[in-house]
Design a protein around this ligand. Structure first.
Ligand SMILES: *[C@@H]1O[C@H](CO)[C@@H](O)[C@H](O)[C@H]1NC(C)=O
Ligand SMILES: [Zn+2]
Length: 318
């Protein structure tokens, strides 16, 4: 009953620190997808910044933020891996910057922070490498529906099975279902899986979707309620301009739209789940895999676009 003596927030923070997010396999996949679409200056920065420690690639560098989050010098970074959306799935899904990230310590503000820092030439090369590795990781996490959800501690508290083994629903989404699919269909390798997703982007089922992936058009907010639809270029442009003149970081619009997009899957696919049942078999699994493929491909493509705008001035993508 110890938990009743500890404030809920503390308990939930402890639980959140134990989870890993997409797992290394998912994060590496996002990084490898992004490598395919980098523009010249972004590619050159990535290669020289990451160097031989990371094979000059966003793939091997992507899991770093999970590897350090429990280390003494990096415990402050744990809340930056998610945003605790206080919505009510499966009946109502939403993400709100003020409600869900009021303290400014969540994945939305972290993406803004590390966008400014990676572009800031007055920082040291190790500080800029750190910023790049955080962006590489957080653009993956924001596509994981349970990293944009407070309900049941992002479903860490919902018991589940994966192919018979006991787990929780959050872990089943981070690693269980993904690993099963990559083992069965993509040679158990992030590089092979990434090549498959890249082929779907270039000339497969995702080809017709890529321009919408870059548009930052909200699925929940009517276009008429905004003065002008944000683009990745305007979002980053406004952020970098305001960072020059002020210490406070302007909230970004595109990552919020992306968070809402993944959070919507909490209502449609994630939480229609029978507690204790097996997520890695049957209809639940077959409905989840296309969502996981889509989210990893999309976030890899967006990561490339994001870095291209920072370093080359435009997305350089169709
Ligand atoms: C911004 O980055 C610095 C350096 O890593 C870090 O100390 C700070 O906590 C970050 N803030 C957010 C909101 O990401
Ligand atoms: Zn993470």
């Amino acid at each position: 009953m110890l938990s009743h003596l500890v404030p809920f927030v503390t308990v939930s923070a402890l639980f959140m620190q134990r989870v890993s997010a997409w797992g290394a396999l998912g994060h590496e996949t996002v990084g490898y997808v992004a490598m395919q679409f980098l523009a010249p200056k972004a590619l050159s920065f990535v290669q020289s910044s990451l160097g031989s420690d990371y094979d000059e690639s966003l793939g091997p560098a992507a899991p770093w933020a999970d590897d350090v989050r429990d280390e003494k010098g990096y415990t402050w970074s744990a809340p930056l891996h998610f945003v605790d959306a206080e919505d009510s799935p499966p009946s109502s899904c939403s993400v709100e910057q003020t409600r869900d990230c009021g303290d400014g310590q969540c994945i939305l503000t972290a993406i803004a922070n590390y966008t400014v820092r990676v572009a800031e030439t007055s920082l040291s090369s190790s500080q800029r490498q750190e910023a790049l590795k955080f962006l590489d990781h957080f653009l993956g996490d924001v596509g994981q529906p349970l990293h944009v959800e407070a309900y049941e501690v992002g479903a860490n508290d919902i018991d589940a099975k994966c192919s018979g083994s006991s787990t929780n629903l959050h872990a089943a989404w981070d690693t269980g279902m993904l690993t099963k699919n990559v083992d069965a269909n993509h040679g158990s390798e992030a590089t092979t899986y990434a090549s498959y997703l890249i082929s779907q982007i270039q000339s497969g089922e995702f080809e017709s979707l890529t321009s919408s992936w870059l548009s930052c058009t909200s699925i929940t907010e009517p276009v008429s309620s905004r003065s002008e639809a944000p683009t990745i270029e305007s979002d980053i442009g406004n952020l970098l301009a305001s960072a020059k003149s002020s210490a406070t970081i302007t909230p970004l619009e595109c990552p919020l739209v992306w968070a809402r997009e993944s959070n919507a899957f909490d209502c449609s696919v994630v939480f229609p789940f029978t507690e204790g049942s097996d997520a890695c078999t049957g209809t639940y699994y077959s409905n989840a895999i296309p969502v996981i493929d889509l989210q990893l491909a999309k976030q890899g493509y967006r990561l490339a676009a994001w870095l291209n705008v920072i370093f080359d001035g435009s997305t350089n993508l169709p």
